[in-house]
Design a protein around this ligand. Structure first.
Ligand code: THU
Length: 143
């Protein structure tokens, strides 16, 4: 998949996110989320939310997809799609926005789905997390 912003690529990501959402472990919230991302080599990685009886130990779908990418050797997020549950559009939580920031650029597209209209919305990371703190802030400090 050469252009991660192309319509077929985005459709592939949404299809993968929707499929993995079905495997979410969400017995406490009942709120299932799936995420799929494409890395710098064209590899697609997916994740779903995995809740825990000790509530704070649960993991978001986006975080799981990022972990899958890193485990597979991927370095950069070229695009990510998220699909949740409920009547309104699921947007990444604050923590996941920061985790995406670690591996993405300010113009990386984050694709969301509005179930009310069945429309897709594409936002940049900069729109979702303005003035983000990221690896470049530490550039001169790391040796
Ligand atoms: N959740 C995600 O996995 N991603 C999001 O973007 C929003 C929230 C999960 C966390 C928790 O398991 C459930 O959705 C309800 O908050």
């Amino acid at each position: 998949m050469s252009d991660p912003g192309s319509e077929p690529a985005v459709t592939t990501l949404f299809d993968a996110a929707r499929a993995v959402r079905g495997r979410a472990h969400a017995p406490y919230s009942g709120f299932r989320v799936g995420a799929a991302l494409i890395d710098e080599k064209g590899g697609v990685h997916v994740g779903c939310n995995v809740e825990n009886a000790a509530y704070p130990e649960g993991v978001c779908a986006e975080t799981a997809a990022i972990a899958a990418m890193v485990a597979a050797g991927g370095k950069r997020i070229r695009a990510i799609a998220v699909i949740g549950s409920g009547p309104s559009m699921t947007t990444p939580c604050g923590g996941c926005r920061q985790r995406i920031r670690e591996f993405a650029d300010t113009d990386t597209r984050i694709h969301l789905h509005d179930p009310a209209t069945d429309a897709r919305h594409s936002l940049s990371l900069e729109e979702l997390l303005p003035l983000a703190f990221g690896p470049s802030n530490l550039k001169d400090e790391i040796r």
